[in-house]
Design a protein around this ligand. Structure first.
Ligand code: PGA
Length: 235
């Protein structure tokens, strides 16, 4: 596999785009050695794209068009200039009841539309306590189509949005496990869940961690810039 840059993804969730996001010296721009992508709300997609940031949507619907009130299709996102799309974020699974099968159709549609999907997989705290975290992640992965462009984000549900990140060893164990599955041997695998400037170095340094999907800390431009700097050391 050719060595790829680290990928640092900013998931702004349902928050306004951070100050200065569209400036020419914005911290949300890719650097020579780090790929950066932002996931704003639908309302800010256009401004991000117009500012030449690499941009993705937080969700897209698999069907191309039709009577689906409130939804936007993968094709529409691509036509507007999005490059990436998140599929099956745990908040979508929790708040909108998205299943592994829904996520698989989204990934398929995203690929067909020419988007790069980032499929999020992770286990609950109950799964981890019961020692079935790898089985859960394997099951979620097995629902997905295999494609070179598809990026995997390992996002343990219990680590998202609460300051309790996985330990670097837990993250590496799961990333290495994912890579041990033949279909995902060469996949780009991101870690997500309370990653911040304080724990980024230890987590990003892990052998099988190819980048991060960042929520809270991505809303703070200075902190985000530090994480990109840390990623640059590994790229
Ligand atoms: P967090 O979110 O960094 O705020 O935990 C990560 C994510 O949900 O992608």
């Amino acid at each position: 596999m050719t060595k790829k840059n680290m990928l640092i993804a900013a998931n702004w969730k349902m928050n306004p785009a951070p100050d200065g996001f569209n400036r020419s010296d914005s911290v949300y721009r890719a650097t020579k050695s780090v790929d950066v992508v932002v996931f704003p709300t639908y309302l800010d997609l256009h401004e991000c794209i117009a500012a030449a940031l690499t941009t993705g949507a937080q969700h897209g619907r698999a069907q191309e068009k039709g009577a689906f009130t409130g939804d936007v299709s993968m094709k529409m996102l691509r036509d507007k200039g999005c490059t990436y799309v998140l599929c099956g974020h745990s908040e979508r699974r929790r708040e909108h009841g998205e299943t592994d099968e829904d996520v698989a159709s989204q990934v398929q549609a995203a690929l067909a539309a020419g988007l790069i999907p980032i499929a999020c997989v992770g286990e609950t705290v109950e799964d981890r306590t019961a020692g079935r975290h790898q089985d859960t992640v394997k099951k979620r992965l097995s629902a997905l189509p295999v494609a070179e462009k598809l990026i995997i984000a390992y996002e343990p549900f219990w680590a998202i949005g609460n300051g309790k990140s996985a330990t670097p060893a837990d993250a590496e164990e799961m990333h290495a496990f994912i890579r041990s599955i033949p279909q995902w041997k060469n996949a780009r695998i991101l870690y997500g869940g309370s990653l911040n400037a304080g724990n980024a170095e230890a987590i990003l340094r892990q052998k099988d961690v190819d980048g991060a999907l960042i929520g809270g800390a991505s809303l703070r431009p200075e902190e985000f810039a530090k994480i990109v700097e840390i990623a640059a050391k590994k790229s």
